[in-house]
Design a protein around this ligand. Structure first.
Ligand SMILES: O=C[C@H](O)[C@H](O)[C@H](O)COP(=O)(O)O
Length: 235
């Protein structure tokens, strides 16, 4: 599984705390990544103890883990809604006085397209993170999932927006990362992103872009695991 540093104990505290929010009968969006994996394992243990819920995974990885720990699965087109989504993030803006407070960059594991679909469909979306993910403003590259035929055209459009795009390369395969949806990922460096909402709108408008990793105004709370507990930010 891809990881991005951070303490595993802090990730576990955040994930397990978020899993405690789940009530009997919930439909739960199951995010992707090493932090959410702790929530998924905790949900599996709660199911062993009698909790009755259904999960909607956001990736192949989340689905495999959910199956392994015994979470009954369903799909977006089978349910009336999602009660709660739990998902990780690569960066979380932690600046209460800034309009971007709570904005996220996701997609370090190339799962952001399905994650955004599920996270935005949920009545409540809780981010789980360790302190290494918190930042005053977004500076990390933005993952942009593109149709395979579109990667050079989109890279040119991203350059016009001031970004430098790199096609994400696979690590144990020659060639690019191919997403769960059969697409490619451009990681785009914009430098400091002062207006994530505006950039998100421009990225969404580019033909060939399937989804980008800026999540602005989507999260309802972030649970930050620490050395000895969990700090909660509500938005
Ligand atoms: O595509 C992957 C997702 O957006 C992950 O939720 C994100 O990369 C955070 O993963 P982790 O909890 O492993 O840092």
């Amino acid at each position: 599984m891809k990881t991005d540093g951070g303490s595993d104990a802090a990730k576990r505290r955040a994930g397990e705390r978020a899993a405690e929010e789940i009530e009997n009968g919930f439909v739960v969006g199951l995010g992707t990544g090493s932090t959410t994996a702790h929530a998924i394992r905790a949900i599996g243990r709660a199911i062993d103890d009698g909790l009755d819920i259904r999960g909607i995974p956001t990736s192949f990885q989340a689905r495999q883990l959910a199956l392994a720990v015994g979470i009954p699965l369903t799909s977006l087109d089978t349910v009336d809604g999602i009660d709660l989504a739990i998902d990780g993030a690569d960066r979380v803006v932690d600046a209460p006085d800034a309009t971007a407070h709570g904005a996220l960059i996701k997609g370090g594991g190339a799962a952001h397209a399905r994650e955004k679909l599920v996270d935005t469909a949920a009545d409540r979306f809780v981010v789980v993170a360790d302190p290494s993910k918190l930042t005053d403003r977004l500076e990390r590259s933005v993952p942009v999932e593109v149709l395979p035929d579109a990667h050079t055209v989109v890279a040119d459009r991203l350059a016009e927006l001031g970004g430098e795009a790199t096609l994400r390369a696979a690590e144990q395969k020659d060639g690019p990362v191919v997403t769960d949806n059969g697409n490619l990922v451009l990681d785009c460096e914009f430098g400091p992103i002062d207006d994530p909402d505006g950039l998100a709108t421009r990225l969404s408008g580019l033909p060939g872009v399937v989804e980008h990793g800026l999540f602005v105004g989507v999260a309802d709370a972030t649970y930050v695991g620490t050395d000895d507990g969990v700090d909660v930010r509500r938005y």
